[in-house]
Design a binder for this molecule. Structure first.
Ligand SMILES: *Cc1c(COP(=O)(O)O)cnc(C)c1O
Length: 469
């Protein structure tokens, strides 16, 4: 018996719940000691775009609970589908068995790619989907008689998850460097981040320059390279770095020419986040592997999937068990998670969400004008339902570009100021971003825009400096 939790006092107030959590729970992506001065937020429930604290204080979820929630918390349509499914079949193994939710979801996901991709392989988290794509790529090349293809390429600043394989293709030093000794290191090529444009250069010029860097690497090493993995259109964890779709077209052409698989990690940008249903659509390309998670289940249950080209599947289809993809997870294709995903796809279809987001996005765009006009902000940018702003500091007037560069003071102060005013925000370094669910009303859009600007203002004023200084 864990004596720490067994002896914890019975909770009476919100503070007691937070204190128990700090004793019993190891929170993710957190230096636990920071909670000595940054309070944990104890939540009681969710309601549409809002999270409600145990104290009753309401927070508009401005970052969709880490980019997963699409249609709000406690959504009645997704909830009804889950209630119906839980009384029918909660879970069964997917090796040797199948069920309607997993079949229907796989068919509908393939149809959304015009059946360019299919044979849905499921896991629970984004990082697992990336692991699967990496293993499948190498194994496919092996089965095709090219076992030397065992290296991977990622893009400077890319993030693909925290498990060892995914971390090996992640270029965020803060997350990766401690574990360097455990990783299969990847080649890192130049980022197409449009903020790097020199005077007179367009985002497409930056994209071409970055693609040329990849071309150089592949020209030297393609016999040993299995795949390139990329975050299409937005490198989210790097601080919402955005690039021209031309980059993806160039990657597709280079991967074809050099016989290297293209893995598109749309875990964050899929499901309408980039403005189209899949980000790759804006470039008019399909990858060899498409990794999806986060919004896949509407933000309800852990679910991820890898879709692949028919040629990949065919490379495994044989009598020999060693040629098969023997990877598995206990909860692969969980029926509840698949039903949540089907209900999410129903909402996209029935409510014409992609079209509606154009209207919603334009409205928030106009409301964010004060942030764009603020002289302390650089590189105000938007891709679909993602808005981002870099904040200049006195010490470093150039806006934050290097991934992993961390300005905890700005991020923490902004987070605290936004919470106080009723919005959940979590800046990355000196990048303040908004990634709301797709259901905000005009009043909610106004609240989000107003508080984002006030939080930025409060965070930059900092302690000891008068307003307007
Ligand atoms: C979040 C994310 C992942 C990892 O997903 P988890 O579910 O957190 O493991 C991988 N790639 C991208 C682009 C992500 O945003």
């Amino acid at each position: 018996m864990n004596s720490a939790s067994a002896s914890a006092p019975a909770p009476a107030a919100a503070d007691a719940l937070a204190a128990r959590s700090l004793r019993a729970v190891w929170h993710p992506c957190t230096q636990m000691q920071s909670h000595e001065h940054v309070p944990l937020i104890p939540l009681a429930r969710g309601e549409g775009a809002w999270l409600v604290e145990t104290s009753g204080h309401r927070l508009l979820d401005g970052i969709s609970s880490w980019w997963v929630n699409l249609f709000g918390h406690a959504n009645p349509r997704i909830g009804a589908a889950l209630h119906e499914q839980i009384d029918r079949l909660e879970h069964a193994m997917l090796a040797g068995c199948t069920h309607a939710p997993v079949v229907e979801l796989s068919e509908r996901l393939a149809a959304l790619t015009g059946n360019a991709l299919g044979h849905a392989f499921y896991a629970s988290d984004g990082a697992s989907a990336v692991e699967i794509a990496l293993k499948m790529s190498h194994h496919a090349w092996r089965n095709l008689g090219r076992p030397a293809k065992r290296e991977f390429v990622c893009v400077r600043g890319d993030y693909h998850g925290e498990t060892l394989g995914a971390l090996g293709v992640t270029d965020v030093p803060l997350f990766r460097d401690v574990y360097a000794g455990l990783l299969h290191p990847a080649h890192v090529v130049a980022s197409p981040d449009a903020r790097q444009a020199q005077p007179g250069e367009s985002p497409a010029d930056v994209a071409r320059r970055a693609a040329a860097d990849l071309d150089r690497l592949l020209s030297e090493r393609d016999p040993t390279i299995a795949a390139l993995v990329v975050e299409p259109l937005v490198q989210c964890a790097a601080g919402m770095a955005m690039h021209d779709p031309l980059y993806l077209r160039q990657l597709r052409a280079l991967c074809d020419r050099h016989e290297v698989h293209l893995i598109a990690d749309e875990i964050a940008v899929g499901f309408g986040r980039s403005g189209s249903f899949f980000a790759c659509e804006q470039a008019g390309i399909w990858p060899d592997f498409l990794c999806l998670s986060k919004g896949l289940s509407g933000g309800y249950l852990p679910l991820s999937v890898v879709l692949s080209r028919p040629a990949v599947f065919d490379a495994f289809y044989a009598a020999d068990p060693a040629r098969a993809f023997l990877h598995s997870h206990s909860y692969t294709g969980n029926p509840l998670a698949c039903r949540a995903a089907l209900a999410t796809l129903d909402i996209f279809r029935d409510d014409a969400v992609i079209e509606g987001n154009r209207q919603r996005g334009a409205e928030l765009d106009a409301l964010l004008q004060p942030l764009r006009d603020d002289p302390r902000v650089a590189h105000a940018r938007r891709c679909g339902m993602i808005w981002a702003f870099d904040v200049r500091s006195e010490a470093d007037p150039a806006p934050a570009v290097p991934p992993g560069s961390f300005a905890p003071n700005f991020a923490q102060r902004c987070f605290a100021a936004a919470r106080e005013r009723g919005v959940l925000l979590r800046p990355i370094g000196r990048t303040l971003y908004l990634m709301p669910p797709y259901i905000l009303t005009t009043a909610e859009n106004r609240h989000l825009a107003r508080v984002a600007w006030q939080a930025l203002d409060a965070a930059l004023r900092g302690p000891g400096r008068p307003a307007g200084a």
